[in-house]
Design a protein around this ligand. Structure first.
Ligand SMILES: Nc1nc2c(ncn2[C@@H]2O[C@H](COP(=O)(O)OP(=O)(O)O)[C@@H](O)[C@H]2O)c(=O)[nH]1
Ligand SMILES: [Mg+2]
Length: 217
């Protein structure tokens, strides 16, 4: 399948939260209940069709224990379009680590990636940490992050998670293109480099722009 868009999606988070399981569930539709050891980094492709456009997701897995402050991992999310920060809904410590990963992305990412926070293992509902939404709000320090509760085991919300990401990234890319052409056509700015550097829409602005666009053009 040919594609119109190609996006890099990176899964990060504490060891054993289910990053590898989520990718396997999404790509191969299977769940392996034993532990899989991720060595270094690995990536797989998934091709989707959204509004008659081909979208390829390049989904990167990162390793377990050794990923912590691992320069290799940091280099992987440098040019990521999306960072999925995964935590285990039943292990409080992994939720606290989300804070560390948000800062890591801030420090290492060249572009402003879409950050999605994912609580995995929602099949273990009876063990779920309390007040998750409030705790995430505290960590987020005023920024808005989309939260998904998923289960790699039962496949709950897994497709929805990746489809949401593909859709958001495609819309963001199209809006950027739209603004780019508008500028060129109106002759306001012919300097492409300058335009690319200064007029790239941040994810934080996306919702606002979408609302305006609905009203004006
Ligand atoms: N109950 C349950 N267990 C899960 C789920 N996802 C992963 N696991 C288990 O959690 C452990 C760690 O999963 P893994 O994918 O290796 O985590 P990673 O280190 O973040 O890549 C394994 O034993 C998985 O079988 C889930 O959704 N529900
Ligand atoms: Mg793994």
């Amino acid at each position: 399948m040919s594609f119109d868009f190609n996006f890099k999606v990176v899964l990060i988070g504490s060891p054993r939260v289910g990053k590898t399981s989520l990718i396997i569930k999404y790509i191969d539709a299977i769940f392996k209940p034993f532990r899989t050891t991720t060595v270094g980094v690995d990536f797989k492709f998934k091709d989707l069709e959204i509004d008659n456009k081909g979208v390829r997701l390049e989904i990167w897995d990162t390793a377990g224990e050794e990923q912590y402050r691992n320069p290799l991992t940091s280099s992987i999310y440098k040019n990521a379009d999306t960072a999925i920060i995964v935590f285990d809904l039943t292990v409080e410590g992994t939720l606290k680590e989300v804070d560390y990963y948000i800062k890591e992305i801030d420090d290492n990412c060249r572009i402003d990636p879409l950050i999605v926070i994912v609580g995995n293992k929602c099949d273990l509902i009876e063990k779920e940490i309390e007040n998750i939404e409030e705790k995430i709000k505290e960590i987020s320090q005023g920024k808005e992050f989309k939260l998904f509760k998923v289960s790699a085991k039962d496949g709950i919300n897994v497709n929805e998670l990746f489809e949401f990401i593909a859709k958001e990234l495609k819309e963001k890319k199209e809006l950027n293109k739209h603004l780019h052409h508008k500028k060129i056509n109106t002759g306001l700015d012919q300097n492409e480099n300058n335009l690319n550097q200064s007029k790239v829409i941040k994810n934080s602005d996306l919702i606002q722009i979408k609302q305006k666009k609905q009203g004006c053009c």
